[in-house]
Design a protein around this ligand. Structure first.
Ligand SMILES: C[S@@+](CC[C@H](N)C(=O)[O-])C[C@H]1O[C@@H](n2cnc3c(N)ncnc32)[C@H](O)[C@@H]1O
Length: 369
């Protein structure tokens, strides 16, 4: 059982004494997996991965086509229905299921039931093997969780929760349910590069103020902060801000370089405008009808000589959002009339794997108009 970051929460294997064939073994493993996920975690959204397409189909289909396994399949469906959680089964390739194969090989050596919290240990013989093999599994999983479009079941669920509401309720429910597929669990590499580039305002005895709207877990805000830059991470969702404050309190306990503020970007009034605003996956997260208002706020929240940096997540072909379809032109259409011009724009060469080729970074300056 792995968290969406790929970290293994729980590992278990069981020798089944009465099992006719591979399909029955898959269904038994699926039932066990769902049971463990329900009893051992509070996770609101669970993906059960199976490398047997027929087993996946049977757990999803409303039909009862294999009478022999009807009771087993009904057990699985019943647990899912009663759980009030989002549980889906997914077909993954054999090669992405190496952890399960490591476990099966271990279980075959001798009949046993074994359980570990975490990925197991070297003492039992395959801890190091599983560690080596974990990578393809992890990357397949995290590809699915960080890719933000309708092919990702977590995004589909986010869309159901937000459902066109412009209030903070939908976002709050996502955060409370731990359903944050956009969250990389670390700063986006482009921010780290920006900081290293030495091209950001602040430093050399001056302090620049930076705003990160829709900061979520606060990773980018923290990466941007430090001597020479005071950053405000802003999010409409109190749960996100509480988590960010808790997570980062040890970094800047006296709040010297960072503050997390729970407020609505569209109405919040800071004491002073900022030198720099950094937007990543915020523009595409808000309803397109709010984009002009987004641009106006950017204008008002920046000093006259301020800079806006948009790390644009350019997703297309979506019937709904978030994330909503976005093109560079969409940004230009709302920013240019206010006097913002692009000073530089480039492909994000250091995007995380699943988002490669989908992101551009633009740096905008406010021109007097
Ligand atoms: C797609 S997430 C992106 C989070 C973060 N930028 C990241 O990349 O991990 C969008 C975030 O914007 C926040 N948000 C949505 N509407 C907002 C608003 N009107 N004001 C401030 N934050 C808002 C949500 O709570 C959510 O945390």
């Amino acid at each position: 059982m792995a968290a969406y970051t790929g970290a293994i929460i729980y590992t278990a294997c069981r020798k089944t004494f009465t099992c006719d064939n591979g399909l029955e073994a898959e269904l038994l493993a699926c039932r066990e997996g769902v049971e463990l996920a329900l009893h051992r975690t509070q996770l609101p959204f669970v993906v059960v991965e199976l490398d047997c397409a027929e087993a996946v189909m049977m757990t999803k289909s409303p039909m009862q086509n294999r009478l022999k396994y009807t009771a087993l399949v009904q057990d699985i469906k019943g647990m899912i229905a009663e759980s009030m959680r989002e549980i889906v089964s997914a077909h993954i390739s054999h090669s992405h299921n190496k952890v399960a194969h490591g476990l099966a090989a271990y279980g075959r050596c001798a009949p046993r039931i074994a359980v570990w919290f975490g990925p197991g240990t070297n003492e039992i013989g395959w801890g190091s093997a599983i560690h080596r093999q974990q990578q393809p599994y992890q990357s397949a999983y995290s590809m699915a969780t960080v890719l933000l479009d309708g092919s990702n079941p977590a995004v589909v669920r986010v869309r159901q929760l937000i459902d066109g509401t412009e209030s903070s309720d939908g976002w709050t429910r996502c955060w409370e349910e731990g359903l944050t597929p956009w969250d990389l669990g670390e700063p986006t590499p482009a921010v780290v590069e920006l900081v290293k580039s030495g091209t950001l305002p602040g430093g050399g005895g001056t302090t620049a103020t930076v705003l990160v709207p829709g900061c979520g877990g606060g990773y980018d805000a923290v990466a941007l902060s430090g001597a020479g830059r005071f950053v405000v991470g802003l999010d409409v969702c109190d749960a996100a801000i509480q988590k960010a404050r808790q997570r980062w309190s040890s970094i800047s306990p006296d709040g010297n370089f960072i503050a997390f503020v729970n407020a609505d970007f569209f109405t919040w009034e800071p004491p002073k405008p900022f030198h720099l605003i950094f937007d990543y996956t915020f523009f595409c997260a808000i309803d397109p009808s709010l984009r002009s208002a987004w641009a106006r706020r950017m204008y008002d929240l920046l000093r006259p000589d301020g800079e806006l940096i948009t790390l644009m997540y350019l997703v297309e072909g979506q019937e709904s959002g978030p994330p909503f379809n976005a093109t560079v032109l969409d940004y230009e259409e709302v920013l240019n009339p206010l006097g913002f011009v692009i000073v530089s724009i480039e492909d994000n060469g250091v995007a995380v794997e699943a988002r490669k080729g989908m992101e551009k970074m633009a740096r905008w300056k406010k021109m007097a108009n």
